[in-house]
Design a protein around this ligand. Structure first.
Ligand SMILES: Nc1ncnc2c1ncn2[C@@H]1O[C@H](COP(=O)(O)OP(=O)(O)OP(=O)(O)O)[C@@H](O)[C@H]1O
Length: 200
């Protein structure tokens, strides 16, 4: 499996953010997208996820599931945790599993893995920032998708949470998955750097 982008041009609000961007990542590899604020890291993830349309160039996944589109093979974890505050932890995860579709892994196990098994009935509105992030990470485990697009994934995680997440990323790569992560901090696992714009 290989994810590749060729001569990608990104325009937002009528202004060019970047142009001529090439990248590739293969199964088992993590790409750390780095660059100064506003250079277009989030935009690149959203382009890969199909949430934005490139103004030029192309993005493709080869060797994936030929029956599915690239966005259908991606998990996109953005800055915001995309949780419904009135729903419980379990209900939020169930909502996402239904929304994403496909084969579902054991949600209870996913919540235990991210350390939320003690809070399954708590409304998301009452979660701390780190707990909200952990619940978002449970999505990655409950519905398996090969490409993880992660925007500052360790934000709000404590040291133990960061270690837990490094383990999850390592397992995902070992299973032949692929990660593209926008980050200002070290990703915590072996990764290749993709720099957008000038030095941050
Ligand atoms: N909805 C939008 N409409 C217009 N311009 C936008 C929009 N969203 C982002 N931009 C602009 O696109 C550029 C790239 O933004 P993006 O969020 O991709 O940067 P980033 O590298 O992820 O930044 P940061 O490191 O601060 O998170 C910025 O100049 C931003 O102002």
């Amino acid at each position: 499996m290989q994810l590749s982008g060729s001569a990608i041009r990104c325009v937002r609000g009528g202004r060019e953010v970047f142009a001529g961007l090439d990248f590739h990542a293969v199964a088992g590899e993590a790409l750390a997208v780095v660059g100064r604020n506003g250079s277009g890291k989030t935009s690149l993830l959203r382009l890969i996820a199909g949430l934005l349309v490139p103004a030029g160039g192309s993005i493709a996944l080869s060797g994936g599931d030929a029956e599915l589109t690239l966005p259908e093979q991606c998990h996109y974890l953005g800055h915001r945790d995309a949780l419904k505050p009135a729903l419980s932890v379990t209900e939020n995860l169930s909502f996402w599993a239904d929304f994403l579709g496909g084969e579902r892994c054991n949600a209870t196990e996913s919540l235990a893995t991210v350390g939320l098994d003690h809070a399954t009935d708590l409304p998301a509105a009452f979660l701390s920032a780190g707990q909200r992030r952990r619940l978002s990470l449970a999505r990655l485990l409950t519905v398996r998708r090969p490409v993880w697009l992660l925007d500052e994934p360790t934000t709000a995680l404590d040291t133990a949470g960061q270690d837990m997440f490094c383990g999850l990323m390592g397992d995902h790569l070992a299973r032949g998955g692929l990660i593209v992560a926008a980050t200002h901090a070290p990703l915590g696992i072996e990764s290749r750097e993709l720099r957008i714009g000038g030095v941050a």
